[in-house]
Design a protein around this ligand. Structure first.
Ligand code: ZN
Length: 371
């Protein structure tokens, strides 16, 4: 376990059912200082108009796709500059919050997003306000300092990151997830679960992050089926666990599921949660061989008698949520496997408890294709 680390968080994090209403008060008090740019998906746009915009004024940018593109960030920054905004407020799922984070950071940078995405220009600190409120449970993006972006031309999907991408204020109100369709609850919930597991297993896990990640694994394992059925108490637990997960993995990093699911999702046009669901079981079986003692702890936290039983229960949870456990034959061509191999060596991959050489990654992907 790593005994040298730094801890970075949002300036302030507020959790609780009903807290979003208080955000309107807080923002209204800031409006004399400058203009707001609300960044949302289509669902979040109505919420923002009905609750925040009336009190604060400002501009709403809702042209954010589930996989945020570089062009969308450039358009967001242009809109924000035309309106001389002082605050970026991201209300939505991971993509809306990541767009707000990237927009706020790049607002004072002259170069287009691609220059930073490909590491050709150096990022400076953020100079405008940043407030985030998730409407899913969740990506944990309200607690992290990166934004996952995608270049549709090269199909590369990766993060830009900077310590000042942590929000000044994160408001996590489980009530915002009440209207989530079951499919979104399943996908974002499986993402949160994968992130909690990968944070716990990460080679950068430490005595600060491990208890948080383990508790989040336990909460999500027990609450996700109820949240999927729309139960309020379970939704509250999911929102809290997702936030805890974000705080943990922002420090510890993730693992091979996240390393692989960006290129896999990109070439197969699969959503992030679906990609996580698809890869988790295969990666867990390989990681188990490296750190069996950690798997015993995970199993115990989820009331399973053995690691083997726990992995089977995780696969059963995925099936119960209607998420894919395999790919259709022919979906993953040799060309696509080559793309994944060439683009999977990210920071997440380096945090995996066991190194997966190319032939092991190929075996893992082929296993997905076969069933
Ligand atoms: Zn994720």
């Amino acid at each position: 376990m790593s005994s040298s680390y730094q801890l970075l968080f949002p300036g302030k994090t507020v959790f609780g059912r009903g807290k979003f209403a208080e955000l309107a008060e807080e923002l209204a008090a800031l409006k004399e200082r400058g203009k707001f740019c609300y960044v949302t998906g289509r669902h979040g746009a109505d919420l923002v108009r009905q609750t925040l915009l009336l009190r604060t004024g400002g501009v709403v940018f809702s042209e954010i796709s589930p996989e945020v593109t570089l062009a969308e960030i450039d358009a967001l920054v242009d809109t924000a500059r035309e309106n001389c905004v002082r605050y970026f407020v991201g209300v939505g799922g991971g993509s809306a919050m990541d767009a707000a984070k990237a927009g706020a950071l790049l607002y004072h940078h002259e170069e287009p997003a691609a220059e930073f995405f490909y590491g050709r220009a150096k990022l400076d600190r953020r100079r405008v306000g940043l407030i985030l409120a998730p409407t899913t449970a969740g990506t944990g993006a309200e607690a992290t300092a990166n934004a996952v972006l995608r270049d549709p031309v090269t199909e590369i999907k990766q993060s830009i990151r900077h310590a000042t991408m942590h929000a000044d204020l994160a408001v996590v109100d489980p009530a915002l997830t009440d209207s989530c369709p079951a499919r979104v609850t399943a996908c974002s919930g499986m993402d949160a679960f994968t992130q909690a597991v990968e944070s716990f297993l990460s080679i950068r896990a430490n005595d600060f992050t491990s208890p948080l990640a383990l508790r989040a694994v336990q909460m999500i394992f027990h609450a996700l089926p109820g949240a999927f059925r729309g139960e309020t108490a379970a939704r509250d637990l999911m929102a809290e666990a997702s936030m805890i997960t974000g705080i943990a993995f922002a420090q510890s990093g993730l693992g091979a599921v996240h390393g692989l699911c960006h290129p896999l999702g990109s070439v197969l046009h699969l959503g992030h949660g679906e990609s996580c669901a698809l890869l988790l079981e295969s990666v867990l079986r390989r990681n188990f061989r490296a750190v069996p003692e950690k798997f015993a702890v995970l199993a115990k936290a989820c009331d399973c008698d053995s690691a083997e039983q726990w992995i089977a229960a995780v696969a059963a949870l995925r099936d119960q949520l209607g998420l894919p456990g395999t790919l259709k034959t022919g979906q993953l061509t040799e060309e696509k496997i080559q793309f994944i191999l060439a683009n999977c060596r990210s920071g997440s991959m380096k945090c995996n408890p066991v190194f997966l050489p190319d032939e092991e990654v190929r075996a893992l992907l082929t296993e997905q294709r076969k069933a």
